[in-house]
Design a protein around this ligand. Sequence first.
Ligand SMILES: [Zn+2]
Ligand SMILES: [Zn+2]
Length: 428
Amino acid sequence: MSQRPRPPIQVYLPLTSLDECRVCNGKDNLRLCSGCAESVYCSRECQTNDWKEHKPTCKTHRIDIVSLYPVLASLQDHCRFHVDRKETLHPALKHKIVREDGNATLADGTIRHLITLGAPFAIGHIISNERLQEWHPTARSDSERLDLWHMLMRHSDPAPLVVATCIALLRSIYTTNTTGSAHPRTRLRYRSSPISDFGICAGSVELISMASFPLAIQLPNGNFVPRPSSKNHHWIYFTTVHKEELILDCNLFCMEYPHVVSMKGYDLPWKHPTTPGDEKAVPVHFVDRSRKRYLNTLPVYKPRRTISVLRDTTLQLAISQIIQPPLGPNVLVPQAILVFMDKVAGKGRRLTQEGRDLFQEWVLRIFRGLDEVTIQSNAWKRFPEDPNGLVLLTTYQDMIGVDSSPEAIEAFASLCAVNSLMIKSSDS
Ligand SMILES: [Zn+2]
Ligand SMILES: [Zn+2]
């Protein structure tokens, strides 16, 4: 049997909206073909008349974003931990921690838990208990050191991670098509609705935090390390054909927002950064219709710019050049993707050389994790339909004044519409 050559890589766009019947152009009683959710009909009659022509392209794998988002969150977390970052690491991972002085009142009147940094010390991303002790000798316990390290490692600019994730989705999901391929095409859905667009929102997020005294970290010269800005935030949006909007935000953990998703049921081969308490869980905030009724109390997202990735014609061309090279320092992603990255980052903000190198590596890492591990292997079929959201409290959060009474956890969990199980690390 001769193998059919693989068709050239190109993007096959999904439906934008349910406009008219594919056969008669009628506009009433429109229904999606249940086989593929890619064709629209006004009646059973029109669908039957079209079947002979439609049948060869009807087969579509539809991956529910509710089931897939923990993988995207996990890949972003993986990127933060398993690369050799230097410049983009939090300054506290490059200095010894010399003092924790309890709470300090800052110039603007806010009260913060104060951490003071001393001599340069590269704790970085390679740790052991001994090194953690050397880094942070005044901590009360090993788990407190580890929890702080976890939180600091998750300080990173959200923009490169959300762009890399969207590029990987575009390349691994929307370049599949039934024509000329032995495999069904794949598409994203939200429950029964096809996803019609996704991309990046830039704007602000107003957080409710459980922490009464967020961290203030002071450099040896007396200046404070800027906190991650909730005013200049980036997150991923998805829109369905029914114009329903979903939000995926994997970058709130460093702002003391303790919402995570359990990775139980996701057997992923990449090395997972453990979370405190040994629970396999990754930071993420996913807003869909089940959480919409809590919107008054949840983080409030105010997008200033909405930038589509799926519908960007330049990116559609550029992603065809992403092949599957071995990972390494010299791997390049197409220039158009780097230009897009700068556009998302916004006016005057350009990535440093290290930032660029990391971004390129992240695009490829997330792409491989999605494409090989998740889509092509059909692993997505085994993922939980409704992954479990959790509230994660670390000993560190305890220390900075997170209200961890059972009542407070329960209240917070119900705001987030998640399982109230609290994960808490403890010294063994
Ligand atoms: Zn019709
Ligand atoms: Zn169909």
